[in-house]
Ligand binder design. Structure first.
Ligand code: PLP
Length: 361
């Protein structure tokens, strides 16, 4: 067996320890004689799995009691609709558009009410985070929406926007559990888990209780009401049971690593190796304004498309997978999530140095 260094943006690398444990438990989960995949979601064994997963997540993120944790399906993209359907009481919301995912969320909200684009970085292909200290937040806005880490472009909000008292809603899909967060600053934090936590198929929503009401837009399906899932502890219908089980294992792995403060330190160390190299390289360069750089997704280019393609091909042959940039931006992107070991980044930089020496113009 040989494992590659997988720099995919998502679905992405998972901790090897977690995969091994899951493999050991595949046929007989803790003496139940069955796999977690085959188990009733109403069984005692599964009840323990989902409750422990929630408790460990609460512990990791220090989630206050007045927030609910929901394990849902439909991906982050389904939240683009669920958020306006559930939160747009005045039918007004403000969106900060810092990339494709924020733009999609904004466009979806336009279906349900008056969505205002109050800031954007599209003028420079989303390569920076706009100044959000004094935006024209709408007086009747139900919420202000951000995508906190822009997976495709590699930017991250280092300070949260000044929402002028309005509820903040954040898509954290690609920075979930990468560093400590102050949950109390948000009304809703959500993310698809396939970037930094677990297998595709689970989306986690952390939502302040007062935002969960029956007062939703007319026609909202039962399955798309937060209240439905909140009232039933994420077991209204069959949840993505196996995916939640793996997420639970990743939460325990993170706790054993020292929690989110330790993860932040590790992630900063990892990202610095790559960014320092990009800053000194004569061939490769980063595409993002320095102060807005993500710790998770690192896009870079050589400035020559053919050379980019050659790099991606040779990197793959050397065991560095999925370094091609998103189809909308080209170039390269290394996603270096929690589970990417520091050796992976060190070896990638060594490989980039070798490639640079061989391809110097
Ligand atoms: C990947 C991603 C999405 C889309 O996630 P799906 O689960 O495929 O719907 C949304 N937002 C961000 C920030 C992402 O990285």
């Amino acid at each position: 067996m040989s494992r590659v260094y997988n720099f995919s943006a998502g679905p992405a690398v998972l901790p090897e320890e977690v995969l091994r444990e899951a493999a050991e438990e595949m046929l007989d989960y803790k003496g139940t004689g069955m796999s977690v995949m085959e188990m009733s979601h109403r069984s005692k064994a599964y009840d323990t799995i989902i409750k422990e997963a929630e408790a460990d997540l609460r512990d990791l993120m220090n989630i206050p009691d007045n927030y609910k944790v929901l394990f849902l399906q439909g991906g982050a993209s389904q939240q683009f609709a669920m958020i306006p359907m559930n939160l747009m009481k005045n039918k007004v919301a403000d969106y900060i558009v810092t990339g494709q995912w924020a733009k999609k969320a904004y466009q979806e909200a336009c279906i349900y009410g008056k969505a205002n684009k109050i800031a954007s970085s599209e003028d420079q292909t989303f390569s920076y985070i706009p100044d959000c200290s004094d935006l024209p937040v709408s007086e009747d806005a139900d919420y202000v929406y951000i995508c906190e880490n822009n997976t495709i472009y590699g930017t991250k909000f280092k300070t949260l926007p000044n929402t002028k008292g309005k509820t903040l809603v954040a898509d954290v899909s690609s920075c979930f559990l990468s560093e400590p967060v102050d949950v109390t600053k948000y009304g809703v934090i959500y993310g698809g888990v396939q970037k930094n936590i677990g297998p595709a198929g689970v989306v986690i929503v952390i939502i302040r209780e007062d935002l969960i009401t029956e007062d939703v837009l007319p026609g909202t399906p039962t399955m798309l009401k937060y209240k439905t899932h909140s009232d039933n502890d994420s077991l209204y219908n069959t949840p993505p049971a196996y995916g939640i089980y793996i997420c639970g294992k990743v939460f325990k792995w993170l706790k054993a690593k020292g929690g989110l403060a330790a993860m932040k330190e590790y992630n900063e160390k990892k990202a610095k190796i790559l960014y320092d190299f990009l800053d000194e390289s004569s061939l490769f360069k980063g595409t993002v304004r320095k102060e807005d750089r993500s710790l998770m997704n690192v896009p870079f280019v050589t400035g020559d498309e053919e050379l980019d393609a050659k790099f991606v091909k040779e990197a793959k042959e050397a065991g560095f997978e999925n370094l091609k940039g998103h189809r909308s931006v080209g170039g390269m992107r290394a996603s270096i999530y929690n589970a990417m070991p520091i050796e992976g980044v060190e070896k990638l930089v060594q490989f980039m140095k070798k490639f640079e020496a061989e391809n110097r113009k």
